[in-house]
Design a protein around this ligand. Structure first.
Ligand code: NAD
Length: 484
Protein backbone atom coordinates (compact mmCIF):
# COMPACT_ATOMS: atom_id res chain seq x y z
CA UNK A 1 0.00 0.00 0.00
CA UNK A 2 1.77 3.19 -1.13
CA UNK A 3 1.18 6.48 0.73
CA UNK A 4 -1.02 8.96 -1.05
CA UNK A 5 0.74 12.18 -1.98
CA UNK A 6 -1.42 15.16 -2.82
CA UNK A 7 0.76 17.59 -4.79
CA UNK A 8 0.94 21.21 -3.69
CA UNK A 9 0.72 24.18 -6.04
CA UNK A 10 3.97 25.55 -7.48
CA UNK A 11 5.77 27.87 -5.08
CA UNK A 12 8.83 30.00 -4.49
CA UNK A 13 10.53 29.43 -1.16
CA UNK A 14 13.30 31.65 0.18
CA UNK A 15 15.43 30.24 2.98
CA UNK A 16 17.02 33.10 4.88
CA UNK A 17 20.01 31.49 6.55
CA UNK A 18 20.07 28.99 3.69
CA UNK A 19 23.71 28.12 4.33
CA UNK A 20 23.21 27.44 8.02
CA UNK A 21 23.14 24.23 10.02
CA UNK A 22 19.35 23.92 10.10
CA UNK A 23 19.05 24.36 6.33
CA UNK A 24 21.73 21.73 5.81
CA UNK A 25 20.43 19.14 8.24
CA UNK A 26 16.68 19.62 8.03
CA UNK A 27 15.21 22.06 5.52
CA UNK A 28 17.00 21.02 2.33
CA UNK A 29 16.71 17.26 3.04
CA UNK A 30 13.00 17.69 3.89
CA UNK A 31 12.37 19.53 0.62
CA UNK A 32 14.30 16.95 -1.35
CA UNK A 33 12.35 14.05 0.16
CA UNK A 34 9.04 15.73 -0.65
CA UNK A 35 10.22 16.35 -4.20
CA UNK A 36 11.23 12.71 -4.66
CA UNK A 37 7.85 11.68 -3.20
CA UNK A 38 6.18 13.68 -5.99
CA UNK A 39 4.75 16.41 -3.79
CA UNK A 40 5.83 19.31 -5.94
CA UNK A 41 6.78 19.99 -9.53
CA UNK A 42 9.98 21.20 -11.06
CA UNK A 43 8.32 24.57 -11.57
CA UNK A 44 9.40 25.60 -8.08
CA UNK A 45 12.15 27.88 -6.92
CA UNK A 46 14.15 27.27 -3.78
CA UNK A 47 16.34 30.24 -3.03
CA UNK A 48 18.95 30.32 -0.32
CA UNK A 49 19.58 33.83 1.00
CA UNK A 50 22.42 34.42 3.39
CA UNK A 51 25.48 36.49 4.12
CA UNK A 52 28.67 35.44 2.41
CA UNK A 53 29.36 35.50 -1.30
CA UNK A 54 27.86 32.51 -3.07
CA UNK A 55 26.28 31.96 -6.47
CA UNK A 56 23.66 29.43 -7.59
CA UNK A 57 26.32 26.85 -8.47
CA UNK A 58 27.93 27.22 -5.08
CA UNK A 59 24.60 26.71 -3.39
CA UNK A 60 23.89 23.60 -5.43
CA UNK A 61 27.23 22.16 -4.34
CA UNK A 62 26.38 23.02 -0.73
CA UNK A 63 22.98 21.30 -1.10
CA UNK A 64 24.46 18.26 -2.83
CA UNK A 65 26.78 17.68 0.14
CA UNK A 66 23.95 18.26 2.61
CA UNK A 67 21.70 15.73 0.87
CA UNK A 68 24.47 13.13 0.63
CA UNK A 69 24.90 13.41 4.38
CA UNK A 70 21.32 13.90 5.57
CA UNK A 71 19.23 12.11 2.95
CA UNK A 72 21.59 9.20 2.23
CA UNK A 73 18.72 6.80 1.51
CA UNK A 74 18.09 8.71 -1.74
CA UNK A 75 21.72 8.64 -2.88
CA UNK A 76 20.92 6.53 -5.94
CA UNK A 77 18.30 8.91 -7.37
CA UNK A 78 20.61 10.74 -9.75
CA UNK A 79 17.91 12.11 -12.06
CA UNK A 80 15.80 13.37 -9.16
CA UNK A 81 18.86 14.94 -7.57
CA UNK A 82 19.76 16.77 -10.77
CA UNK A 83 16.17 18.03 -11.12
CA UNK A 84 16.09 19.14 -7.51
CA UNK A 85 19.42 20.96 -7.67
CA UNK A 86 18.26 22.74 -10.82
CA UNK A 87 15.52 24.41 -8.73
CA UNK A 88 18.05 25.93 -6.34
CA UNK A 89 19.35 29.44 -6.48
CA UNK A 90 21.18 31.75 -4.08
CA UNK A 91 21.18 35.43 -3.28
CA UNK A 92 23.81 37.01 -1.09
CA UNK A 93 22.24 39.52 1.22
CA UNK A 94 22.38 40.91 4.70
CA UNK A 95 19.18 41.03 6.72
CA UNK A 96 20.41 44.32 8.13
CA UNK A 97 21.47 46.00 4.89
CA UNK A 98 20.01 46.88 1.49
CA UNK A 99 22.40 44.97 -0.71
CA UNK A 100 20.92 41.97 -2.49
CA UNK A 101 17.26 42.67 -1.83
CA UNK A 102 16.42 43.98 -5.29
CA UNK A 103 17.96 40.88 -6.81
CA UNK A 104 15.88 38.70 -4.52
CA UNK A 105 12.70 40.62 -5.36
CA UNK A 106 13.30 40.03 -9.07
CA UNK A 107 13.61 36.31 -8.60
CA UNK A 108 10.25 35.90 -6.84
CA UNK A 109 7.43 35.24 -9.29
CA UNK A 110 4.18 37.14 -8.91
CA UNK A 111 1.81 34.30 -9.74
CA UNK A 112 3.27 31.75 -7.34
CA UNK A 113 2.77 30.94 -3.69
CA UNK A 114 5.64 32.59 -1.88
CA UNK A 115 7.09 31.57 1.45
CA UNK A 116 10.01 32.94 3.42
CA UNK A 117 11.73 30.70 5.92
CA UNK A 118 13.52 32.69 8.65
CA UNK A 119 16.23 30.15 9.48
CA UNK A 120 18.27 32.75 11.33
CA UNK A 121 18.47 33.92 14.91
CA UNK A 122 15.38 35.75 16.28
CA UNK A 123 17.27 39.05 16.48
CA UNK A 124 16.93 39.23 12.68
CA UNK A 125 13.19 38.46 12.46
CA UNK A 126 12.11 42.10 12.61
CA UNK A 127 14.71 43.21 10.03
CA UNK A 128 13.67 40.50 7.60
CA UNK A 129 9.96 41.27 7.99
CA UNK A 130 10.57 44.98 7.41
CA UNK A 131 12.70 44.50 4.33
CA UNK A 132 10.31 41.98 2.83
CA UNK A 133 7.61 44.57 3.02
CA UNK A 134 9.80 47.40 1.79
CA UNK A 135 10.66 45.38 -1.30
CA UNK A 136 7.06 44.54 -2.07
CA UNK A 137 7.36 40.88 -1.09
CA UNK A 138 4.98 40.83 1.87
CA UNK A 139 1.61 40.92 0.11
CA UNK A 140 -1.39 39.14 1.61
CA UNK A 141 -0.64 35.66 0.37
CA UNK A 142 3.03 35.61 1.39
CA UNK A 143 3.95 33.37 4.33
CA UNK A 144 6.80 33.59 6.76
CA UNK A 145 8.13 30.68 8.80
CA UNK A 146 9.95 31.39 12.04
CA UNK A 147 12.11 29.04 14.05
CA UNK A 148 12.52 28.54 17.72
CA UNK A 149 13.48 30.02 20.10
CA UNK A 150 10.52 32.37 19.93
CA UNK A 151 11.65 34.66 22.69
CA UNK A 152 13.45 34.19 25.97
CA UNK A 153 10.58 35.35 28.15
CA UNK A 154 7.19 37.02 27.77
CA UNK A 155 8.60 40.44 27.08
CA UNK A 156 10.93 39.32 24.29
CA UNK A 157 8.23 37.11 22.75
CA UNK A 158 5.86 40.08 22.70
CA UNK A 159 8.53 42.22 21.06
CA UNK A 160 9.05 39.55 18.38
CA UNK A 161 5.32 39.28 17.77
CA UNK A 162 5.04 43.05 17.49
CA UNK A 163 7.97 43.19 15.07
CA UNK A 164 6.32 40.63 12.79
CA UNK A 165 2.80 42.04 13.16
CA UNK A 166 3.87 45.39 11.76
CA UNK A 167 4.37 43.80 8.37
CA UNK A 168 2.45 40.50 8.38
CA UNK A 169 -0.97 39.36 9.51
CA UNK A 170 -1.22 36.49 11.93
CA UNK A 171 -2.57 34.22 9.17
CA UNK A 172 0.75 34.68 7.35
CA UNK A 173 2.99 33.74 10.29
CA UNK A 174 4.02 30.09 10.82
CA UNK A 175 5.83 29.58 14.13
CA UNK A 176 7.50 26.18 13.98
CA UNK A 177 7.40 23.70 16.81
CA UNK A 178 8.66 20.59 15.10
CA UNK A 179 7.08 18.39 17.79
CA UNK A 180 3.71 19.26 16.29
CA UNK A 181 4.85 17.83 12.97
CA UNK A 182 5.44 14.38 14.41
CA UNK A 183 3.07 11.75 13.12
CA UNK A 184 2.19 10.38 16.55
CA UNK A 185 1.42 13.81 17.91
CA UNK A 186 -1.23 14.23 15.27
CA UNK A 187 -2.36 10.70 15.91
CA UNK A 188 -3.06 11.80 19.43
CA UNK A 189 -5.85 13.95 18.05
CA UNK A 190 -7.08 11.11 15.82
CA UNK A 191 -7.18 8.76 18.79
CA UNK A 192 -8.94 11.21 21.05
CA UNK A 193 -11.46 12.60 18.62
CA UNK A 194 -11.83 9.80 16.07
CA UNK A 195 -12.77 7.07 18.53
CA UNK A 196 -15.71 6.92 20.87
CA UNK A 197 -13.77 4.68 23.23
CA UNK A 198 -11.52 7.16 24.98
CA UNK A 199 -13.30 10.48 25.17
CA UNK A 200 -15.83 9.51 27.88
CA UNK A 201 -12.90 8.40 30.08
CA UNK A 202 -10.69 11.40 29.30
CA UNK A 203 -11.18 13.34 32.53
CA UNK A 204 -10.31 13.42 36.19
CA UNK A 205 -13.03 10.94 37.06
CA UNK A 206 -11.17 8.16 35.25
CA UNK A 207 -7.62 9.42 34.73
CA UNK A 208 -5.36 9.17 37.77
CA UNK A 209 -2.54 11.19 36.25
CA UNK A 210 -0.65 11.90 33.03
CA UNK A 211 3.10 11.65 32.48
CA UNK A 212 5.02 13.30 29.68
CA UNK A 213 8.66 12.33 29.27
CA UNK A 214 11.06 13.67 26.67
CA UNK A 215 14.43 12.09 27.43
CA UNK A 216 17.61 12.60 25.47
CA UNK A 217 20.76 10.54 25.89
CA UNK A 218 23.08 13.17 24.44
CA UNK A 219 24.45 16.20 26.27
CA UNK A 220 24.41 19.81 25.11
CA UNK A 221 27.35 19.20 22.77
CA UNK A 222 28.16 22.12 20.50
CA UNK A 223 25.04 24.07 21.58
CA UNK A 224 26.44 24.66 25.06
CA UNK A 225 26.67 28.41 24.87
CA UNK A 226 23.10 28.85 23.63
CA UNK A 227 21.73 26.17 25.93
CA UNK A 228 23.32 27.63 29.03
CA UNK A 229 21.33 30.83 28.53
CA UNK A 230 18.12 28.83 28.10
CA UNK A 231 18.04 25.60 30.12
CA UNK A 232 15.52 22.78 29.89
CA UNK A 233 12.57 24.93 30.96
CA UNK A 234 12.97 27.44 28.14
CA UNK A 235 14.42 25.06 25.56
CA UNK A 236 11.91 22.22 25.96
CA UNK A 237 9.07 22.78 28.45
CA UNK A 238 7.81 26.20 27.37
CA UNK A 239 7.35 24.99 23.81
CA UNK A 240 7.48 21.25 23.07
CA UNK A 241 6.18 19.75 26.32
CA UNK A 242 3.60 22.51 26.63
CA UNK A 243 2.30 21.70 23.16
CA UNK A 244 2.00 18.01 24.02
CA UNK A 245 0.21 18.87 27.25
CA UNK A 246 -2.23 21.06 25.31
CA UNK A 247 -3.10 18.33 22.84
CA UNK A 248 -3.69 15.83 25.64
CA UNK A 249 -5.71 18.15 27.83
CA UNK A 250 -7.68 20.32 25.40
CA UNK A 251 -11.43 20.17 24.88
CA UNK A 252 -12.61 18.75 21.56
CA UNK A 253 -12.48 21.57 19.01
CA UNK A 254 -15.68 21.93 16.97
CA UNK A 255 -13.70 21.14 13.84
CA UNK A 256 -10.18 20.35 12.81
CA UNK A 257 -9.39 23.84 11.70
CA UNK A 258 -6.40 25.95 12.68
CA UNK A 259 -8.10 28.50 14.89
CA UNK A 260 -10.54 26.04 16.46
CA UNK A 261 -7.62 23.80 17.53
CA UNK A 262 -5.45 26.68 18.67
CA UNK A 263 -8.27 28.29 20.64
CA UNK A 264 -8.63 25.09 22.65
CA UNK A 265 -4.89 24.79 23.24
CA UNK A 266 -4.76 28.37 24.46
CA UNK A 267 -7.50 27.66 27.01
CA UNK A 268 -5.39 24.84 28.48
CA UNK A 269 -2.36 27.08 28.94
CA UNK A 270 -4.51 29.74 30.55
CA UNK A 271 -6.00 27.15 32.91
CA UNK A 272 -2.57 26.09 34.23
CA UNK A 273 -2.07 26.85 37.90
CA UNK A 274 1.16 28.52 38.99
CA UNK A 275 3.66 25.83 39.93
CA UNK A 276 4.39 25.39 43.62
CA UNK A 277 8.15 25.64 44.38
CA UNK A 278 8.10 22.09 45.78
CA UNK A 279 6.67 20.81 42.49
CA UNK A 280 9.79 21.58 40.45
CA UNK A 281 13.02 19.56 40.42
CA UNK A 282 15.97 20.78 38.41
CA UNK A 283 19.12 18.83 37.64
CA UNK A 284 22.48 19.09 35.95
CA UNK A 285 24.33 16.06 34.57
CA UNK A 286 27.64 14.85 35.93
CA UNK A 287 30.46 13.62 33.76
CA UNK A 288 31.83 10.13 33.27
CA UNK A 289 35.35 8.85 32.62
CA UNK A 290 34.87 9.66 28.97
CA UNK A 291 32.22 12.37 28.90
CA UNK A 292 32.44 15.90 30.32
CA UNK A 293 29.93 17.16 32.86
CA UNK A 294 27.35 19.82 32.04
CA UNK A 295 29.34 22.80 33.22
CA UNK A 296 32.39 21.81 31.19
CA UNK A 297 30.30 21.20 28.09
CA UNK A 298 28.46 24.49 28.55
CA UNK A 299 31.77 26.30 29.07
CA UNK A 300 30.49 27.85 32.28
CA UNK A 301 32.06 26.47 35.50
CA UNK A 302 29.55 28.37 37.70
CA UNK A 303 26.47 27.53 35.68
CA UNK A 304 23.18 27.07 37.52
CA UNK A 305 21.27 26.25 34.33
CA UNK A 306 19.24 23.05 34.42
CA UNK A 307 19.82 20.25 31.90
CA UNK A 308 16.93 18.34 33.49
CA UNK A 309 13.60 19.42 34.86
CA UNK A 310 10.61 17.62 36.31
CA UNK A 311 7.37 19.40 37.21
CA UNK A 312 3.98 18.60 38.58
CA UNK A 313 1.22 20.69 37.01
CA UNK A 314 -2.48 21.22 37.50
CA UNK A 315 -4.94 22.25 34.83
CA UNK A 316 -7.69 24.03 36.70
CA UNK A 317 -10.85 23.30 34.79
CA UNK A 318 -13.82 20.97 35.08
CA UNK A 319 -12.23 18.20 33.09
CA UNK A 320 -8.92 17.99 34.90
CA UNK A 321 -9.41 19.30 38.45
CA UNK A 322 -7.59 16.82 40.70
CA UNK A 323 -5.60 15.03 37.97
CA UNK A 324 -1.92 16.00 38.06
CA UNK A 325 0.27 16.21 34.98
CA UNK A 326 3.89 15.22 35.54
CA UNK A 327 6.38 16.49 32.98
CA UNK A 328 10.08 15.73 32.75
CA UNK A 329 12.77 16.29 30.19
CA UNK A 330 16.52 16.20 30.26
CA UNK A 331 19.79 15.46 28.59
CA UNK A 332 22.24 12.59 29.17
CA UNK A 333 19.47 10.37 30.47
CA UNK A 334 19.37 6.59 30.18
CA UNK A 335 17.81 6.47 26.71
CA UNK A 336 16.50 8.71 23.98
CA UNK A 337 12.80 8.26 24.34
CA UNK A 338 9.67 10.39 24.34
CA UNK A 339 6.27 9.28 25.44
CA UNK A 340 3.01 10.40 26.92
CA UNK A 341 1.32 8.02 29.35
CA UNK A 342 -2.30 8.40 30.39
CA UNK A 343 -2.62 6.39 33.59
CA UNK A 344 -6.22 5.48 34.35
CA UNK A 345 -7.59 4.92 37.83
CA UNK A 346 -7.98 1.51 39.43
CA UNK A 347 -11.27 -0.28 38.95
CA UNK A 348 -13.56 0.98 41.75
CA UNK A 349 -13.86 -2.42 43.37
CA UNK A 350 -11.85 -5.60 42.89
CA UNK A 351 -13.98 -8.73 42.76
CA UNK A 352 -10.85 -10.88 42.61
CA UNK A 353 -9.53 -10.36 46.13
CA UNK A 354 -6.23 -8.87 47.28
CA UNK A 355 -4.07 -11.67 45.86
CA UNK A 356 -5.04 -10.59 42.33
CA UNK A 357 -2.97 -7.43 42.91
CA UNK A 358 -3.47 -3.89 41.74
CA UNK A 359 -3.96 -3.33 38.03
CA UNK A 360 -4.64 -0.31 35.95
CA UNK A 361 -4.95 0.67 32.33
CA UNK A 362 -2.27 2.83 30.81
CA UNK A 363 -2.48 4.37 27.36
CA UNK A 364 1.00 5.12 26.10
CA UNK A 365 1.70 7.28 23.11
CA UNK A 366 5.30 6.81 21.99
CA UNK A 367 6.79 9.66 20.02
CA UNK A 368 10.23 8.13 19.62
CA UNK A 369 11.66 5.68 18.98
CA UNK A 370 9.21 3.18 17.40
CA UNK A 371 6.32 5.63 17.11
CA UNK A 372 3.17 3.89 18.20
CA UNK A 373 0.43 3.48 20.71
CA UNK A 374 0.07 0.90 23.43
CA UNK A 375 -2.88 0.23 25.67
CA UNK A 376 -2.17 -1.79 28.81
CA UNK A 377 -5.12 -4.03 29.65
CA UNK A 378 -5.62 -6.48 32.48
CA UNK A 379 -6.36 -10.11 31.64
CA UNK A 380 -6.35 -13.44 33.39
CA UNK A 381 -2.99 -15.09 33.51
CA UNK A 382 -3.35 -18.14 31.28
CA UNK A 383 -3.30 -21.56 32.94
CA UNK A 384 -5.18 -23.54 35.51
CA UNK A 385 -3.70 -21.82 38.59
CA UNK A 386 -6.80 -19.91 39.68
CA UNK A 387 -7.77 -16.32 38.93
CA UNK A 388 -4.52 -14.42 38.75
CA UNK A 389 -4.39 -11.19 36.80
CA UNK A 390 -1.64 -9.77 34.60
CA UNK A 391 -1.26 -6.64 32.50
CA UNK A 392 -0.55 -7.10 28.82
CA UNK A 393 -0.09 -4.47 26.12
CA UNK A 394 -2.43 -4.11 23.20
CA UNK A 395 0.39 -2.85 21.06
CA UNK A 396 0.07 -0.93 17.86
CA UNK A 397 3.54 -0.17 16.69
CA UNK A 398 2.74 1.59 13.46
CA UNK A 399 5.46 -0.20 11.50
CA UNK A 400 3.78 -3.53 12.33
CA UNK A 401 0.17 -2.42 11.98
CA UNK A 402 0.56 -0.46 8.77
CA UNK A 403 3.52 -2.13 7.09
CA UNK A 404 6.97 -0.58 6.93
CA UNK A 405 6.18 1.56 3.88
CA UNK A 406 3.14 3.27 5.38
CA UNK A 407 4.92 3.72 8.66
CA UNK A 408 7.88 5.39 7.00
CA UNK A 409 6.67 8.74 8.23
CA UNK A 410 7.85 11.97 6.73
CA UNK A 411 10.14 13.89 9.00
CA UNK A 412 8.31 16.62 10.92
CA UNK A 413 9.97 19.28 8.75
CA UNK A 414 8.64 17.65 5.58
CA UNK A 415 5.07 17.86 6.78
CA UNK A 416 5.40 21.32 8.26
CA UNK A 417 7.00 22.92 5.20
CA UNK A 418 4.31 21.40 2.97
CA UNK A 419 1.66 22.72 5.37
CA UNK A 420 3.12 26.20 4.93
CA UNK A 421 2.73 25.87 1.16
CA UNK A 422 -0.81 24.50 1.59
CA UNK A 423 -1.59 27.44 3.87
CA UNK A 424 -2.59 25.24 6.81
CA UNK A 425 -1.63 26.70 10.22
CA UNK A 426 -3.11 23.97 12.42
CA UNK A 427 0.29 22.60 13.45
CA UNK A 428 1.90 25.99 14.07
CA UNK A 429 1.79 28.07 17.23
CA UNK A 430 -0.27 31.21 17.22
CA UNK A 431 1.20 34.38 18.71
CA UNK A 432 -1.15 34.44 21.69
CA UNK A 433 -0.37 30.79 22.47
CA UNK A 434 3.36 31.49 22.62
CA UNK A 435 2.80 34.50 24.84
CA UNK A 436 0.51 32.57 27.17
CA UNK A 437 3.12 29.83 27.49
CA UNK A 438 5.76 32.40 28.43
CA UNK A 439 3.37 34.11 30.84
CA UNK A 440 3.10 30.77 32.65
CA UNK A 441 6.83 29.96 32.40
CA UNK A 442 8.29 33.29 33.56
CA UNK A 443 7.12 33.18 37.21
CA UNK A 444 8.33 29.60 37.62
CA UNK A 445 11.81 30.63 36.51
CA UNK A 446 11.66 33.85 38.54
CA UNK A 447 10.86 31.79 41.64
CA UNK A 448 13.99 29.64 41.46
CA UNK A 449 16.14 32.57 40.42
CA UNK A 450 14.96 34.54 43.46
CA UNK A 451 15.59 31.57 45.74
CA UNK A 452 19.06 31.15 44.22
CA UNK A 453 18.76 27.38 44.18
CA UNK A 454 21.27 25.34 42.18
CA UNK A 455 20.20 22.32 40.14
CA UNK A 456 20.85 18.90 41.66
CA UNK A 457 23.56 16.73 40.14
CA UNK A 458 22.54 13.50 38.39
CA UNK A 459 24.57 10.74 36.84
CA UNK A 460 24.92 10.47 33.09
CA UNK A 461 22.79 7.52 31.98
CA UNK A 462 20.38 7.82 34.92
CA UNK A 463 16.73 8.92 35.09
CA UNK A 464 17.60 12.32 36.56
CA UNK A 465 18.01 13.38 40.20
CA UNK A 466 16.42 11.22 42.91
CA UNK A 467 14.25 14.16 43.93
CA UNK A 468 12.44 13.82 40.60
CA UNK A 469 11.50 10.28 41.59
CA UNK A 470 10.37 11.60 44.97
CA UNK A 471 8.09 14.10 43.26
CA UNK A 472 6.00 11.11 42.22
CA UNK A 473 6.62 8.81 45.20
CA UNK A 474 5.28 11.42 47.59
CA UNK A 475 1.97 11.13 45.74
CA UNK A 476 2.05 7.31 45.80
CA UNK A 477 2.88 7.20 42.09
CA UNK A 478 5.92 6.31 40.03
CA UNK A 479 7.47 7.41 36.78
CA UNK A 480 7.48 4.97 33.96
CA UNK A 481 10.91 3.61 33.29
CA UNK A 482 13.00 5.45 30.72
CA UNK A 483 13.68 2.59 28.36
CA UNK A 484 14.06 2.07 24.63
P1 NAD B 1 23.67 28.89 11.73
O1 NAD B 1 24.49 29.83 12.55
O2 NAD B 1 24.25 27.58 11.34
O3 NAD B 1 23.30 29.62 10.35
C1 NAD B 1 22.85 30.93 10.31
C2 NAD B 1 22.55 31.33 8.86
O4 NAD B 1 22.07 32.66 8.88
C3 NAD B 1 23.75 31.32 7.90
O5 NAD B 1 23.29 30.94 6.63
C4 NAD B 1 24.17 32.79 7.89
O6 NAD B 1 24.81 33.16 6.68
C5 NAD B 1 22.84 33.46 7.99
N1 NAD B 1 22.94 34.81 8.55
C6 NAD B 1 23.45 35.18 9.75
N2 NAD B 1 23.35 36.52 9.91
C7 NAD B 1 22.79 37.01 8.77
C8 NAD B 1 22.42 38.31 8.33
N3 NAD B 1 22.64 39.39 9.07
N4 NAD B 1 21.84 38.40 7.13
C9 NAD B 1 21.61 37.34 6.35
N5 NAD B 1 21.93 36.08 6.72
C10 NAD B 1 22.52 35.92 7.91
O7 NAD B 1 22.29 28.74 12.46
P2 NAD B 1 21.26 27.50 12.42
O8 NAD B 1 21.73 26.45 13.34
O9 NAD B 1 21.02 27.12 11.00
O10 NAD B 1 19.95 28.13 13.07
C11 NAD B 1 19.12 29.03 12.41
C12 NAD B 1 17.90 29.32 13.30
O11 NAD B 1 17.19 28.12 13.52
C13 NAD B 1 18.28 29.84 14.70
O12 NAD B 1 17.30 30.73 15.14
C14 NAD B 1 18.25 28.58 15.55
O13 NAD B 1 17.95 28.87 16.90
C15 NAD B 1 17.09 27.85 14.90
N6 NAD B 1 17.13 26.41 15.12
C16 NAD B 1 18.20 25.67 14.71
C17 NAD B 1 18.20 24.30 14.90
C18 NAD B 1 19.33 23.45 14.42
O14 NAD B 1 19.22 22.23 14.56
N7 NAD B 1 20.39 24.00 13.87
C19 NAD B 1 17.11 23.68 15.52
C20 NAD B 1 16.01 24.45 15.92
C21 NAD B 1 16.05 25.82 15.70
Amino acid sequence: MASRVIPVDPFDLVIFGGTGDLARRKILPALYRRFVAGQFERDTRLIGAARGAMDAEGYRAFARDALAEFAPELAGRKRALADFLAMLDHVTLDARGEEGWDILAEKIRKDRIRAFYFSVGPTLFGDLARRLQRHGLAHGDARIVVEKPFGHDLESARALNRGLARHFDEHQIYRIDHYLGKETVQNLMAIRFGNVLFEPLWNSQYVDHIQITVAESVGVGGRGEYYDRAGAMRDMVQNHLMQLLCLIAMEPPAKFDPDAVRDEKLKVIRALDPVAPGAVVRGQYEGTDTLPDYRTEAGNPESTTESFIALKLHVSNWRWAGTPFYLRTGKRLRERTSEIAVVFKDAPHSIFGPEAGRHRNILTIRLQPNEGIELGVTIKEPGPGGMRLIDVPLDMTFAEALGPEEADFPDAYERLIMDVIRGNQTLFMRGDEVEAAWAWTDPVIAEWEAAGTAPLPYATGSSGPDDALMLMHRDGRRWREIRP
